[in-house]
Design a binder for this molecule. Structure first.
Ligand code: COA
Length: 261
């Protein structure tokens, strides 16, 4: 895809020490294409290198954070097997040294939820709906979520989210520990930007050091698990179970997994 495509669907704005990344593909519920991942990854990596940027803020559009990976891209990539291995957004967000804030409205599906596990502050409007439908799609968890979710909330709560793959609301996400605060939709931007401004005013080296120290104990394990997940995820993309799930989505019907063992 061309740069023009990515620029249209990811809006970037750097001001007052804050890099704002907006996922903006409303006609597909902000589904993330390869070009969009690349633009977001480049922006994050660039922010870590740019002394004028102190914090990144990720948002979607007014009524949607993101519906996750573009399912048509998944279907198209099923034969290549390299889809996840080559996705630059996964290392970029998981290795980000500067703080990242997310403001979530509406659906945050798949990577829309797993990317939050790598953010430092997460704010959600009351309309936010989270979902981890990897199993529903014949896939497996990614972006370290098979490790991070049980670590944040315990095995049973994480198993419910990952094995049943049902949507859950902002209050539950807050109780489970993946959202800091829930607010009325009209106050979300103010809340997230306010936190970003306060972070941008903190001593930057101290902020980076504190983030690194908080992640230090599990950083190596996380990266190893992410690599393992990517290997499995890439294989699952070409599995018959995933093929049935992608086909069902394209045909707007329920998938039928009854013939699989
Ligand atoms: N990839 C590609 N297209 C997507 C998409 C995705 N992840 N999510 C939504 N779209 C498209 C729909 O196909 C539809 O396109 P169309 O108008 O050409 O038919 C359009 O976006 C609007 O989606 P729709 O399902 O009608 O919106 P909704 O408000 O009823 O539901 C969601 C929103 C996000 C809950 C729903 O679209 C959904 O569950 N999407 C799939 C999420 C998913 O499985 N992501 C992958 C995770 S690994």
């Amino acid at each position: 895809m061309t740069e023009q495509h990515s620029a249209k669907n990811i809006l970037l704005d750097s001001r007052d020490g804050i890099l704002r990344i907006q996922m903006n593909r409303p006609e597909k519920k902000n589904a993330l294409s390869r070009a969009m991942y690349q633009t977001m990854a480049d922006a994050l990596v660039g922010a870590d290198r740019d002394d004028s940027i102190r914090v990144a803020l990720i948002t979607g559009t007014e009524d949607c954070f993101t519906s996750g990976n573009d399912l048509a891209d998944f279907q198209a990539a099923a034969s290549s097997g390299n889809e996840r291995k080559l996705n630059p957004f996964l290392p970029a967000i998981s290795r980000m040294k500067k703080p990242v804030i997310a403001a979530v409205s509406g659906p945050a599906v798949g990577i829309g939820t797993t990317m939050l596990l790598h953010c430092d502050l997460v704010f959600a409007g009351t309309s936010a709906r989270f979902q981890l439908p990897f199993v529903n799609l014949g896939l497996c968890p990614e972006l370290g979520s098979s490790f991070l979710l049980p670590r944040i909330m315990g095995h049973q709560k994480a198993a419910r989210l990952l094995l049943l793959g049902e949507p859950f609301g902002a209050e539950i996400a807050c109780e489970l520990g993946i959202v800091n605060e829930v607010c009325e939709e009209g106050k979300l931007s103010e809340l997230a930007v306010g936190a970003a401004r306060r972070l941008a005013g903190q001593p930057p080296a101290s902020v980076r050091l504190t983030k690194a120290l908080m992640k230090r104990a599990h950083e190596k394990t996380l990266q190893e698990i992410m690599e393992e997940e990517i290997e499995h995820f890439s294989n699952r993309l070409s599995s018959p179970e995933a093929a049935e799930a992608f086909q069902a989505f394209a045909e707007k019907r329920k998938p039928d997994f009854s013939r699989f063992s």
